[in-house]
Design a binder for this molecule. Structure first.
Ligand code: NAD
Length: 500
């Protein structure tokens, strides 16, 4: 029997189609190296057809009543819930994270879908009567047109769901470019979105890499681009898309510091640090990747290493503490960085490089690794490692720790562990990072708020989801109106700027 490998389709104008591309890559299970599917790099013509379909669909979708839009997302959230187990299994197979964490990935996206179902109250304008005699002013938040989303490998459910539900709920149409490393769960989520009632052409999917992304940045009919991924690519996307006159928001790489004061609850803090440092094998943009041990908390390092050594590593479907890294290349890169860290003078307080997982000899595993004695200037401090490697830095005081965090160019997230309200308040006020956790290691806001990474971790003023994204995906139109009563007409020419 010939074993054929499934191909990942494109979605153009409501039709799932096989790409005519000659360039394809394998979607690989990171625990086994099994090839799960082949994904195309869409041709220029296919990208153009997807944008054209979205442009046509916008004519009617922009006028679709709020209630009709909202009801699709009510149905959609139900479908996602019903399919949670299947979505999580697909996600784990192609991405590697544990099944429990895969459900979390879907769930954090589901929360945005629930929020999109509230679009009626989110997209309301403002009104002021008698801004001048008999003159009223009001605003409406109009959809922009075709918007595009480009997503990374590490949250293949949550991050696409950050993008197209809110864009479409606001009345836009959308072209999504999922990560080419793990597009399968994203495609399943899009199928459910169509089942929920998203009309043909309103949501389109193209696959690919640099060329497809550049085509989306350049296309004159695309009005806004939302990107999540690395700092290098995000900076390129921001520059290219804004040069072409588009709105852009790029959420990018990070180096999140967790500052530990000696008055913190020791057991809770160490557990939180380990979960946030090693969960998802460290492949989270909000991972706590730098522990800053302040004062006597420096003595906690041996216990941190002991607890980390006890974490289990395995295939995601078996629900260990950590799964594999997404690809062989990612594993090689992380191993290279650990070696450089040691060469540059860091100490291996825990070495996870030799980990073996029974039954999975080919998995991209690295066990929890801790590098202590790390200082600014070392590669392991300057670069985002994006693997199960926690670097430990020491600081004498809270002030020194705050200065360290503020001197780092990234601004995605940070956390403080303490029992002191005064220390927490000082930290919150003085720290120059867009998302702050107080005894919360991964402070990713729920969608009532917006994701507000800052400084080097973000380009563009408005973040994904929450109120900010409604502003991102709409244009405020301000209408100033006067309805003359016949008797009130003064019948004179007014050549001043006054609203007389
Ligand atoms: P990546 O930048 O390699 O890829 C992101 C997207 O860009 C993918 O769709 C990819 O196909 C495309 N792409 C890759 N190379 C390109 C190029 N040269 N030109 C144009 N497009 C290109 O990122 P990744 O490795 O998939 O994801 C991990 C990164 O994403 C990490 O840096 C992580 O911190 C970041 N991230 C940030 C956030 C956030 O909210 N700030 C969230 C998740 C992930």
């Amino acid at each position: 029997m010939v074993h054929t490998i499934a191909t990942v389709p494109l979605l153009i104008d409501g039709q799932w189609i096989e790409s005519r591309s000659t360039v394809w890559r394998d979607v690989v299970n990171p625990a086994t190296q099994e090839v799960l599917a082949r994904v195309p790099f869409a041709t220029a013509d296919e990208v153009a057809r997807a944008v054209a379909a979205a442009q046509r669909a916008f004519k009617t979708w922009r006028k679709t009543p709020i209630g009709a839009r909202a009801r699709i997302f009510l149905k959609y959230q139900q479908l996602i819930r019903e399919n949670m187990a299947d979505l999580a299994a697909t996600l784990t197979a192609e991405q590697g994270k544990t099944l429990l964490d895969a459900e979390g990935d879907v769930f954090r996206g589901l929360e945005v879908v629930e929020h999109a179902a509230n679009i009626g109250t989110l997209q309301m304008g403002e009104f002021a009567q008698n801004v001048a005699g008999g003159v009223d002013t009001y605003t409406v938040m109009q959809p922009l047109g075709v918007c595009a989303g480009i997503t990374p490998f590490n949250f293949p459910a949550m991050i696409p769901l950050w993008m197209f539900p809110m864009a479409i709920a606001c009345g836009n149409t959308f072209v999504l470019k999922p990560s080419e490393q793990d597009p399968l769960v994203t495609v399943k989520l899009v199928r459910l979105a169509l089942e929920a009632g998203i009309p043909a052409g309103v949501l389109n999917v193209v696959h690919g890499g640099e060329e497809v992304v550049n085509a989306l940045c350049d296309h004159p009919d695309i009005k806004a681009v939302s990107f999540v991924g690395s700092t290098k690519v995000g900076t390129h996307v921001y520059q290219r898309a804004t040069l072409a006159g588009k709105r852009a928001q790029c959420m990018m790489g990070a180096k999140n510091h967790a500052v530990v004061l000696p008055d913190a609850n020791r057991e809770q803090t160490l557990n939180q640090l380990l979960g946030a440092g090693f969960g998802a094998a460290g492949q989270r943009c909000m991972a706590a990747s730098v522990a800053v041990l302040v004062g006597e908390a420096r003595d906690w390092l041996p216990e941190l290493a002991r607890k980390a050594a006890a974490l289990s590593v395995g295939a995601g479907k078996d629900n260990p503490d950590l799964g594999p890294l997404v690809s062989r290349a990612a594993r090689e890169r992380v191993l290279g960085l650990i070696a450089t860290g040691v060469e540059q003078g860091a100490t291996l307080a825990l070495d996870g490089r030799g980990v073996r997982v029974d039954g999975y000899p080919d998995g991209n595993f690295i066990g929890p690794t801790i590098l202590s004695g790390v200082r600014p200037g070392m590669a392991v401090y300057e670069q985002e490692i994006f693997g199960p490697v926690l670097v430990v830095v020491e600081a004498a005081t809270l002030d020194e720790a705050i200065a360290l965090v503020n001197a780092n160019p990234n601004g995605n997230g940070t956390a403080l562990f303490t029992q002191s309200g005064a220390a927490a308040r000082k930290f919150q006020e003085d720290i120059e990072v867009g998302q702050v956790g107080i005894n919360v290691p991964i402070p990713v806001p729920v969608p009532l708020f917006s994701f507000t990474g800052s400084r080097g971790s973000k380009l563009g003023d408005l973040g994904p989801y929450g109120k900010q994204v409604v502003l991102f995906y709409t244009q405020t139109q301000t209408i100033t109106q006067r309805w003359f009563a016949d008797a009130a007409s003064v019948g004179r020419v007014n050549t001043t700027i006054d609203l007389k």
